[in-house]
Write a protein that binds this ligand. Structure first.
Ligand code: NIG
Length: 413
């Protein structure tokens, strides 16, 4: 039996089978007074209401929803988060506000390393509860698919604990959860003088354990000055590829180290952050088809210049948006907030931001076959917004205009 959603203003990117780049990034389909038919949780037909209703007898429809002229968009895909962590770092936020740089705090054993201490000490049950709370909060804000990284363990036991928690949250919440192994998120204190030996441990012990258990889809590395060099990142990601994982990296977040160039060289699925990425590396990523996964919550929280989204879009690079939800450099699970930052601070149009937060984000985590746009055959993951168009997400600032969230055609919020 079918469900029918009618009397909606529908805005969605159309999926051509690859991430949308350049002008196509802002080419949104609009169906004013549109409708959508859903069968077994998947989209059966979408378009102007008259077309969707054509040939449909009332007996074929189990449930009909009049959307009251609301704006209907795909559910958000959040393609970069660290939502699995044990404790917040509010004192560190105050330190940063008072002027201590993010990487300096890490160098002194705080930042990511303080989350590592807390996450190692946390029970699996407590870690599950905290992670689940973040995922449910994101769902209320319209995120129907979320990527979550490990990376606060930095030892095999805790990395596996985090990945088990992430898998359980995927099973036990309505959200689709994409797990990423980030064993190389920082150099643990015990390896401070020998980061190469830690890279060896990631390659020789952690990666085999993670791939044997089949609990991660991607491997990520924090490629940054004072963290992992381009050479170490290349080694780890090459090993990840051999063990069957997809690859992505934290690239050029603070310094233009060459992470974006490496992403192009290795044809990573995405390169994330890119606040400091140089022009040549942007061009190389565009040529290699890497998604630029931009995280404006980090620029906001670190008080850094935003990533050059306009330059990237004009260079033909597909841009995605993510929250980077983590206890340090971007503590938000709100894609509406990220959408607002992208439009107001990164010169993206609302249509470009919509593609970035849905279809291109789905491509950045290998989920575009299932979700990210309202194409026939995809999961009916969608939102109703209290507004006339997706621009409401930037216009009505500081609140969420998401009034309903549907996953597989079921209303969950
Ligand atoms: N920069 C590295 N990793 C995270 C921050 C993690 C943290 O500070 O806890 C990020 O993507 O921003």
């Amino acid at each position: 039996m079918r469900k029918l959603f009618r009397n909606a203003n529908i805005f969605t990117p159309a999926d051509p089978g690859r991430p949308l780049a350049g002008r196509a990034q802002g080419a949104i389909q609009v169906f004013e007074r549109g409708a959508m038919r859903v069968r077994n949780g998947r989209i059966e037909k979408i378009g102007p209401e008259a077309d969707v209703l054509d040939g449909l007898s009332p007996a074929d429809v189990a449930m009909e929803t009049d959307c009251g002229g609301a704006c209907l968009i795909p559910g958000f895909v959040d393609p970069h988060t660290h939502m699995c962590f044990a404790e917040r770092r509010e004192a560190e936020f105050s330190l940063r506000l008072a002027g201590t740089p993010y990487l300096e705090i890490l160098k002194q054993g705080g930042g990511i390393l303080s989350s590592v201490r807390a996450t190692r000490a946390a029970s699996e049950a407590d870690l599950y509860e905290t992670t689940r709370r973040h995922v449910l909060s994101a769902l209320r804000l319209g995120t129907t698919t979320v990527e979550i990284k490990s990376g606060y363990g930095l030892d095999t036991e805790t990395e596996l604990k985090m990945l088990r928690v992430i898998a359980r949250v995927g099973r036990e919440t309505p959200s689709d959860v994409v797990p990423t192994f980030l064993g190389a998120h920082a150099v643990p204190e015990a390896f401070r003088d020998n980061p190469d030996a830690f890279a060896d441990l990631v390659i020789e012990e952690m990666l085999p354990a993670v791939s044997a258990q089949g609990i991660a889809r991607f491997c990520d590395v924090f490629c940054e000055e004072g963290v992992f060099s381009v050479a170490q990142t290349r080694r780890i990601l090459a090993a990840a590829l051999k063990s069957g994982l997809g690859i992505k990296l934290h690239a050029d977040e603070v310094h233009d180290l060459g992470g974006a160039g490496l992403a192009a060289e290795l044809k990573a699925i995405s390169a994330d952050h890119l606040l400091a990425a140089g022009d040549a590396h942007i061009a190389a990523m565009a040529a290699a088809g890497v998604v630029a996964n931009l995280l404006p919550g980090t620029a906001y929280s670190l008080r850094k210049p935003f990533a050059r989204a306009r330059k990237m879009i004009e260079s033909g690079l597909p841009v995605a948006l993510a929250t980077d939800c983590n206890p340090g450099s971007s503590y938000t699970e709100s894609m509406p907030f990220i959408f607002g930052l992208a439009v107001m601070n990164m010169e993206m149009t609302p249509s470009e931001a919509l593609t970035a937060a849905t279809l291109n984000a789905a491509y950045a985590v290998g989920m575009a076959g299932k979700t990210g746009s309202l194409d026939v055959g995809k999961q009916a993951d969608f939102l109703l917004l209290d507004g006339e168009s997706p621009a409401i997400l930037a216009y009505h600032a500081g609140v969420s205009p998401v009034s309903a969230v549907y996953k597989h055609g079921e209303r969950i919020i």
